[in-house]
Design a protein around this ligand. Sequence first.
Ligand code: C2E
Ligand code: CA
Ligand code: CA
Length: 795
Amino acid sequence: MSRLGHLLTPIRTALAPFQADAPLAARFRARQIQAVLRLTPLTMLANVLNASIVGLSFRNELNPLLLVAWALCVLYAAGTGIDAWLRWRRFRTPTTASPGALSRATKHAALLAILWGIVPVLMMPLGGPEARIMLTAIITGMICAGGFALATIPTAALTYVAILGLAAFIGLLRIDIPMATELSSLLLVYALIVMGSVLSHARTFGARLMAEAEGERQRQLLGLLLNDFEENASDWLWETDADGCLTHVSARMASVFGRKAQSLMGQPLLGLIAHTLDRVPEDERRAYTELRSRFDSGQAFRDALVPVVLDNETRWWSITAKPLCDSAGAVTGWRGVGTDVTQSLAAQREVQRMAHFDGLTGLANRNHFHDALSRIEDSTEVPALLLCLDLDNFKSINDSFGHAFGDGLLRVVAQRLLGRTRRSDVVARLGGDEFAIIRWGEVSPEEAEELATRIIRSFEDPCEVDGIRVRIGTSVGIAMAPKDGHSGEQLLKNADIALYAAKFDGKGRFRFFDYEMDTRARRRLFLEHELRGALTRGEFQLAYQPIFDLDSGHISGCEALLRWHHPRLGLIDTQECIAVAEESGQIESIGEWVLDAAIRDAAGWPAPIRVSVNLSLAQFIKPSLCDTILALLDAHGLPAGRLELELTESIFLRDTTDTEGHLRALRGAGIRVALDDFGTGYSSLAYLRTLPLDRIKIDRAFVQAITHHPETAAIVRAIIAMAQALRMDTCAEGVEDIAQLNALHAEGCHTVQGFALAEPMAASALSAFLAGHVSIPALSSRRRSPTERQTGSPH
Ligand code: C2E
Ligand code: CA
Ligand code: CA
């Protein structure tokens, strides 16, 4: 940059704001001119005054004509200044000015400077010492006063000071006094200082103009935004006076209230909100008191929630407000925003609820349950009772009636559980058909037992869903802290083990946890795992136990019984194996294998010996069952009449219509159906009357008590009599000695089955047995161990 360029930099920076974009610059120019014109009458008066003094002082030294001409020029210049001032006022202070106006002002300043510059240059050498001093004072004053008066138009001020300063410098140099050079230099320095001050002033003035313009721009923008906000947002703006009465009501606010903005003006905001308070639920009214106290505090606040009833509907508003204060800090009013947050609040509450509650039943969910249970971890000895529940046969019901029905059933179950527990208990659904109950505090085993019994009994009445009545039961596992677990996790695990045991014992029971169960539970898990591959590995076999006709003494059929030979554990207890298969959902595939093998084997037996196959509920409810069986009978060439299916009373858990339909289909195809383990389950005689059955199998428990319990003998007699009346066959199971056999014979029982006559045996052994057998054999005196019985060695 050139040296001149360097010198001009401060001037350029000072002038920068005045070179802003066109509309802004026009406004800036107007402000510049206005600032100068405001002082114009005064400065022009000073000009006239000074001119008069100069004229009077030099009237003898200078040609009067010249002097008058000069004075007239000054007067003319002052006049044009005044004229500009008058015009300016007449136009009521224009807000914009053209660049021409600015350059006219500069020219006017230059003219004045030249007129006054003549004075030192021409008159200084002429006057006496007093006149010179006076002249120096006037010119110095004119330089300073003019410079500052014109400061807002820097070009004018600089031109003016430069011309006049230079003229004074020359004038002082021209006089013949000892310190003329020093004096003139001093004046030049002053002039330069004035010019510097002008530039600095111009810079501040420019900065102020820019700041004002920015402020204005922001105000306009804010106004625009607010308008836009009021038109589009769901929020509404309001303003009140110090008494809380509305002084500004936005259109949106009026529409929210369903009233005209005008009718809301002057109304107290809090009063409008409180108006509907009596229709708001009692526990929610506190929100209003809180809102009022926040206004009373005089402090700004955010998002105060308050309920309002509009159109008979409770809406929630969020109010944000800020006090408006005067310069002394006193509150002169409030300004704020209201937002309808009903929807987001509802969503928020729903999310919160969902995080803790089960969507289907409304009970506590797994998360909530685990949170509660973790209290046991937090402190060392929190006494608590934990009940784990699992619905019996829920899976089959869900499968046969559909998921919607299952959901409905779970809701009924939840209601029953809530009805049998205390408000302070945690009743949770852990998922599927698993539930849990926590009761805090010291609970005695008797109280725990009482609660478990109450819950199990609550399911004695059938549950009704969509007009369909089904029976469902529940098994309960009980664990107590700190006895059965010091951590929530351990307590839950042990209650689960107890539940498992309860289910294994037979459904609809409860069990307390004991440490032996743990080992059994581990075994079950292991078995479940091992069972998965057992079918493909060929670990299953069937054993057959002959059933004897008491009248003829011949074998009328054989019951097929599943045997699982585990490669390492050996023969697994059949009941345990079936329970694991049922619970792990493997019974259907295993059951199909049993049917296939039993039908195939029976096809090789001499007619009319039948084969009896046990069916689990899950198999029975499959709609395809009948077709599958018929296909198997067809494939192996066994007449349908030589197959008997054994079902337990669990089929009564389902409602009768479906069960009846299934039974009729099977019997219609010629397949026989027997009711197994009669007397151990629900023993509903009413069902017996309506359901088409061929045979009742009297449970082993009755048979074994028949010889030494006269009441049992009476029950067996009644069962046989009833079966006869309903034209059903009877079969007594588990006959272990001749006395039992004789007693059953005497009561009129048709068929028998038991170790006394024949134990279950392998298919190959059975063929030999059937070939050699003629009639009921002599009783064996030797008792054999259970393992020996299960291996099915020939009798
Ligand atoms: P269940 O249907 O009541 O079968 C009779 C059970 O009594 C058999 O037990 C049999 O070995 C046993 N038993 C027979 N005579 C006597 C006796 O004189 N005294 C005693 N104490 N017991 C006798 P097992 O084979 O252990 O079968 C147990 C249960 O497992 C069966 O009871 C049946 O409910 C079930 N089960 C067996 N095989 C199958 C199958 O293929 N499918 C299904 N779903 N369940 C089966
Ligand atoms: Ca059976
Ligand atoms: Ca049985």
